[in-house]
Design a protein around this ligand. Structure first.
Ligand SMILES: Cc1ncc(COP(=O)(O)O)c(C=O)c1O
Length: 410
């Protein structure tokens, strides 16, 4: 049924051989973090075993090798999203990328009377940074509504967009429902009003083709650990012209061009490095960058269209089977073409944690809780939800097992 060679892919993931509570692991918590193929693990081990040194600082061979490896990874990531390598800033993850823009741009250039538009379907990491920085600089945050089928309310977005809007910060894919937002359309409308467009790509870059030029977005934030890469590494993409104008988020080593001590005035005159160094203060997560490069290479070999198609097939199959089970309610799902591999659900009369715990007894890992998206749960009048989320190594057989256990839960 699948165009991906899932069996071959599965062989690359050592963890999939594990048993949990004496059952083969079924890993359906991919929206939280993905598993790692041996190619990524090997790349990290190889870095530490053979090339470990700090980057960009020394003339010795190891440092040159580490610096080259970092640059190769940056170019791979840039190619993956169709950006220039200077526009790829390495950060810890999506959260840090959004904080970087909130502070560098929000704090320094936005003021009272300006507005930032986000939506109620955002992960907390695309709400809280704006909330904190708005308290410092005085701008207002407006929240775009979501329709009952989980899709963005574009009418409400258009109503809230105005000359006061300076930035729209929107998730590409909801981490709760898997709904895919038309960020190209939103970006076009935002630009017509002179506003900038930030896309939270935490749930899109790992699962579908994302081309920053095609979408015409100003910023894109994503995390390595959700796309087969290691934890602790992520990316902020920003258009060159914007990054050049922005004040650095953090100061320290590596991000300067010069720090000269002016004895007469007892002060230091600081000038910043060019892009992307200006936003990368301190020693980077070099092994993480190398691992991310390997994960991007792995995904490119499969192709993001294939990844999305596989996930959609799994999702449609799961939904069809789950809909046959009484007392199981799937929420926030619109027509299948607009959602990636996430199925949010609840079992009548049971807490999502109880459902997840029961599943864990049979080796099935799903997520429960509010998935760092409390406002969306409030909109749906839910305390919490259970979430099954798929990736390239998941199979129809695994969904059958999951559905069998779900029937037992009921
Ligand atoms: C849509 C979305 N945005 C942001 C994040 C935060 O990512 P990280 O914790 O890697 O910074 C997540 C993580 O689940 C997410 O799903």
């Amino acid at each position: 049924m699948s165009h991906l060679d899932v069996n071959k892919i599965r062989e690359d993931f050592p963890i999939l051989k594990r048993k949990i509570n004496n059952y083969p692991l079924v890993y359906f918590d991919n929206a939280a973090t993905s598993q790692k193929p041996i190619q990524v693990i090997d790349a990290i081990v190889d870095f530490y075993e053979n090339h470990n040194a700090n980057t960009g600082r020394a003339v010795h061979t190891l440092s040159q090798e580490a610096t080259d490896m970092q640059q190769v990874a940056r170019e791979k990531v840039a190619h993956f999203i169709n950006a220039d390598d200077k526009e790829v800033v390495f950060v810890r993850g999506t959260t840090e990328a959004i904080n970087l823009v909130a502070y560098s741009l929000g704090l320094h250039t936005l003021k009272k009377g300006d507005e930032v538009l986000v939506s109620v379907m955002e992960h907390h990491s695309n709400i809280v940074p704006w909330d904190i920085v708005s308290g410092l600089s005085g701008f207002t945050i407006k929240y775009v509504n979501v329709k009952s089928d989980g899709s963005l309310d574009y009418k409400d977005f258009e109503n809230k967009l105005s000359k006061k809007t300076k930035l729209v910060s929107l998730t590409h894919v909801s981490n709760v429902t898997g709904a895919i937002n038309d960020v190209k359309k939103v970006s076009k409308a935002a630009h017509e009003y002179g506003a900038l467009m930030l896309v939270d790509g935490a749930q899109s870059v790992p699962h579908l083709p994302v081309d920053v030029k095609e979408l015409d977005v100003d910023f894109l934030a994503f995390s390595g650990h959700k796309m087969l890469g290691p934890t602790g590494i992520g990316v902020l993409y920003g258009k060159t012209g914007l990054l050049e104008k922005m004040t650095p988020f953090q100061g320290g080593g590596s991000m300067i061009s010069q720090v000269s001590f002016n004895k007469e005035h007892d002060q230091c005159d600081v000038s910043f490095a060019g892009l992307p160094g200006k936003f990368e203060a301190g020693t980077p997560d070099i092994s993480g960058i190398v691992g991310l490069g390997a994960s991007v290479k792995y995904l490119e070999q499969i192709g993001q269209n294939e990844v999305l198609e596989h996930e959609k097939r799994l999702t449609n199959y799961a939904i069809k089977k789950m809909q046959e089970i009484q007392k199981v309610a799937i929420f926030g799902h619109s027509d299948e073409s607009q959602s990636s591999g996430i199925v949010p659900f609840n079992v009548e009369g049971l807490s999502s944690h109880d459902v997840a715990l029961f599943m864990d007894n049979y080796g099935i890992a799903i997520r429960s809780g509010f998935h760092c998206a409390q406002p969306l749960h409030q909109i749906f009048n839910l305390q919490s939800s259970a979430r099954a989320s798929f990736y390239i190594y998941n199979t129809f057989d695994e969904i059958d097992r999951f559905v069998d256990i779900l029937k037992q839960v009921v």
